[in-house]
Design a protein around this ligand. Structure first.
Ligand code: PEP
Ligand code: MG
Length: 876
């Protein structure tokens, strides 16, 4: 028989998986002798079973719950529904990881009209008794029966107005009694039946509500954002009540052992006399600072300070606690490792090392790499953000805070920016032509596109805030307006974007500067670098990005997308001339113009990297992405080429493909137009030779990467061209310089035939954007549209373009590594898809033995920390 229920005395702090965080910590606090009102925890397995059984609590679980009620009655000497000594309990959810969005708390469960009378008489405090009852009806109706809170709040407000008072505490026992009966009438009106009076029935309702809340939309979104599997389930904690609302010698508080915003050591929190649970956070009355509690409750405060010290030492981390004082006596209701800002996390981890509580390895392991985002981008003022209400939500595609006037075209973004305006570029989707506009904007908002859409990838590369794929927007690009949340936004209206949460706000939210290079940050990253095994490179195409990435700790460039180099001023025209050539000679002539540009780009990259490795990937995207779409540009190109506009249009039309992602791109371009690969090889080799001449100690060894290979003969074909030109250049320069030719593994067939491909490739770099696209058969640009339905249907828990699919795509990677290494034991292995900057994916990359991960510059610190954590974990 499975045991589903545990007394607090039967558990301990290591049982988080089974008892949830709250349950395990209540048991642990009980074990170390802290004053905890006793109770029991219904396990996460019971929650999983509830869902397996079609959202039913089965008889076995139910009978164990009933058995444990009796045990609790024996422990407390009180009884459910008893008219002598009634037992009242709180019911709270508690998953393995603390999860906002789930049902939180029901207090005072076990009350009915008779029981209220009993406790009113026994305590001589009818006001307290009726206050408890009206709160219980309110909470039960809200969280168990989902009757909105507002109906009850309206009744309270009306009662206060009728009595001419402003504070809840000014209501008398009779007022509260009257409120309780109004609440019950409201309940009956909304639900159609009487408010339950049987405590056991109340308890079952509450337990079901907790289980149900595991699957509410808010919880599902939170889980997806925080890598929490649906399969974990939540536990339910049933705890006997301690009362903070019995009078002025009672109260309730929440406190942290260190400041969660700054990490400063010292008690930080709030306390409210004569209050219960949610009052402190609800803002009904202004609570006092925790330190002021000392004057009112000297003994309880002294005891609380000792408890805080005990708990911090015990958990060796900053604690976030809830407690109640009943007639001067302290009761601990909860403790957990407190949530904190990234800044605070850094300081606390370092301080714990200095205080001898943690080793540097443990300090590194404590920090959530996802939090680092906030240290690296400008941020909204947290208080202003909290007060603001979002009008829509897309994908948090690239973190940061952006606030500016709406513009609808890249040209407008540039023009407005040039006259000193801050703008947010709003597009249906972006294309390479928008790059300059994207750069000029503070942030980018797109209606379409997923985490690897053009907007998302480019914005992350630029370290610019981007919210992508907000399908709620009704866009009218032609008339420069859109509608969201019932409001029409015109050009020039101000909006704010939060690139971490994907939320969109109407109007301006004030910003504060982030300071990424404080001492604690540096210390943590230094430790991380000592522990990590994986090398962390960056995806960068410009010297600026490369320099930024170096500042952030990148050890090389893992992917330079050479096509991104053609969008700059003056480049695109030359490139268009090359594409719109009819003959090899014409194309070669156009390439001659491009060659020095590419060469100087590569030289600048090598300079920026100061001898660290640079992997240059040859041209990848389909050519039609580069052709002009504007009539004036077409005309200009026609004039330059001495052709008619019609001829150019015909040529552009001939480049059209039904499936460009699976079309004429990648190494297929080099097979059809070897002169492009020749030019790129010449540029890479000449650049390296020049830079080596200037900095002989750098010893630059070019790494040339051929994209989208699916068949060994493709690689042989292109490599032949590369080697011939490279050898010719090296010979002509009379230098002794090596170079490497490798490939991306981004098509399933390449992974399947890795043993053949490894014969020719000196390195493999997994292009997991395309590998995910082609393994799933999902378009990386369109999948966002249906993935939401997949999350809702529990088909997927996360976006496979953001978090590596270890079961499928990961299996292909493992196979490619094993088969590739069998042929070439020193095969160098990396990843440069977007997953290279995702912490869980980095952990997987460490596990399967990659040599490096490569990610956009602003994710480099995240990858470094994740790599260190993976190494620490895998060592253990
Ligand atoms: C990839 O496919 O993972 C990759 C890095 O290449 P791109 O995103 O440029 O297709
Ligand atoms: Mg690719």
């Amino acid at each position: 028989m499975t045991k589903y229920v545990y007394l607090f005395t039967e558990g301990n702090g290591n049982m988080r998986e089974l008892l949830g965080g709250k349950g395990a910590n209540l048991a642990e606090m009980t074990n170390i002798g802290l004053p905890v009102p006793q109770g029991f925890t219904i396990s996460t397995e019971a929650c999983t079973k509830y869902y397996e059984d079609g959202r039913q609590i089965n008889d076995e679980i139910m009978s164990q719950v009933m058995e444990y009620i009796v045990k609790l009655e024996e422990i407390t000497g009180k009884k459910f529904g008893d008219l002598e000594n009634p037992l009242l309990v709180s019911v709270r959810s508690g998953a393995r990881a603390s999860m906002p969005g789930m049902m939180d708390t029901i207090l005072n469960l076990g009350l009915n009209e008779q029981v209220v009378d009993v406790i009113a008489t026994k305590s001589g405090n009818p006001r307290w008794a009726w206050d408890c009852y009206r709160r219980f009806i309110q909470m039960y109706s809200d969280v168990v029966m989902e009757v909105g809170k507002k109906y009850f709040e309206e009744l309270i407000d009306k009662m206060k107005a009728d009595r001419g008072v402003t504070q809840d505490v000014e209501l008398t026992a009779d007022d509260l009694k009257e409120l309780a009966s109004q609440f019950k009438a409201e309940y009956k009106a909304k639900i159609g039946s009487d408010f339950p009076t049987d405590p056991k029935e109340q308890l079952v309702g509450a337990i079901k509500a907790v289980f149900r809340s595991w699957d509410n939309p808010r919880a599902n979104v939170y889980r997806r954002d925080n890598d929490i599997p649906y399969s974990w389930g939540t536990a339910v904690n049933v705890q006997s009540m301690a009362f903070g609302n019995m009078g002025d010698d009672c109260g309730t508080g929440v406190a942290f052992t260190r400041d969660p915003a700054t990490g400063e050591k010292g008690l930080f929190g709030e306390f409210l006399t004569n209050a219960q649970g949610e009052d402190v956070v609800a803002g009904v009355r202004t609570p006092m600072k925790i330190a002021e509690m000392e004057q009112k409750f000297p003994e309880a405060f002294a005891q609380f300070v000792t408890v805080c010290e005990t708990l911090e030492k015990h958990y060796r981390d900053m604690q976030d606690m809830e407690f109640t004082v009943e007639h001067g006596k302290l009761y601990m209701l909860q403790t957990r490792n407190g949530k904190r800002t990234a800044q605070a996390a850094m300081k606390i981890a370092c301080d714990l090392v200095d205080e001898g509580m943690r080793t540097p390895e443990e300090a590194v392991a404590m920090i959530d790499p996802r939090n680092l985002d906030t240290l690296l981008h400008p941020q909204f003022d947290p208080a202003a953000l909290k007060a603001a209400e979002a009008i829509g939500k897309g994908l948090g595609a690239s973190p940061g805070a952006a606030c500016g006037k709406i513009v609808f075209t890249a040209d407008d973004a540039v023009a407005w920016h040039d006259r000193g305006e801050k703008v947010v570029l709003v597009r249906l989707e972006t294309s390479p032509e928008d790059i300059t506009g994207m750069k000029a904007a503070e942030g980018i908002l797109t209606v379409r596109g997923g985490m690897t859409s053009h907007a998302a990838v480019v914005a992350r590369g630029m370290g610019e805030c981007c919210v992508s794929g907000c399908g709620e927007i009704a866009m009218d690009e032609a008339n420069k307006k859109f509608t969201l949340a019932g409001k029409t936004f015109q050009e020039g209206d101000i909006i704010s974007l939060d690139g971490s949460t994907g939320k969109i706000y109407d109007g301006a939210i004030p910003q504060v500067d982030a300071d990424p290079n404080n001492g604690y940050f540096g210390r943590i990253m230094k430790w991380a670098d000592e522990f990590k095994r994986l090398e962390v490179r960056t995806n960068a195409d410009t010297p600026n990005d490369a320099k930024k990435a170096r500042e952030l700790g990148a050890e090389g460039i893992g992917l330079c997308r050479t096509e991104h180099m053609f969008f700059g001023e003056g480049r695109i025209d030359a490139f268009r001339e090359m594409i719109c050539s009819d003959t090899v000679e014409e194309r070669e002539a156009a390439l001659e113009v491009i060659l020095p540009m590419q060469q100087s780009d590569f030289e600048a990259l090598y300079e920026a990297l100061e001898g660290h490795p640079v992997t240059i990937r040859f041209l990848d995207p389909p050519l039609h992405e580069f052709v002009p779409t504007e009539e004036a540009d077409i005309k200009a190109l026609a004039d330059k080429k001495g052709k008619s506009v019609e001829d150019i249009k015909t040529l552009i039309a001939s480049l059209h493909e039904f499936n460009p992602m699976m079309g004429h791109r990648g190494c297929r371009l080099a097979v059809t137009y070897p002169e492009i690969a020749k030019m790129q090889t010449r540029a890479v080799i000449r650049a390296a030779i020049n830079v080596n001449a200037k900095h002989p100690d750098w010893n630059v060894t070019p790494e040339i990467m051929i994209p989208l290979v699916c068949e060994i003969k493709e690689l042989v074909n292109v490599k032949k061209v590369v080697v011939a030109v490279a050898d010719e250049e090296i010979k002509a320069a009379g230098v002794d310089m090596g170079y490497k030719v490798g490939t991306m593994i981004e098509i399933p067939r390449a992974a399947l035939t890795a043993d053949e491909i490894a014969k020719e490739a000196e390195f493999f770099c997994f292009g997991t954007n395309d590998l995910t696209q082609m393994t799933f058969g999902f378009s990386r640009d369109d999948a966002g549209k249906f993935l939401t339905a997949y999350y809702e249907s529990k088909i997927f828990e996360s976006d496979p373009f953001a978090r590596l699919d270890q079961n499928g795509v990961g299996k292909l990677m493992k196979m490619a590594i094993e088969n590739g290494k069998a042929v070439r034991p020193d095969l160098h292995l990396g990843i440069c898809g977007e997953h290279g900057g995702d912490p869980t994916s980095v952990e997987f990359c460490d596990e399967i033995g990659l040599d490096y991960v490569s990610c956009s510059p602003f994710r480099v610190p995240i990858a470094r920390l994740a790599a260190a954590q993976a190494a620490i974990k895998h060592k253990a």
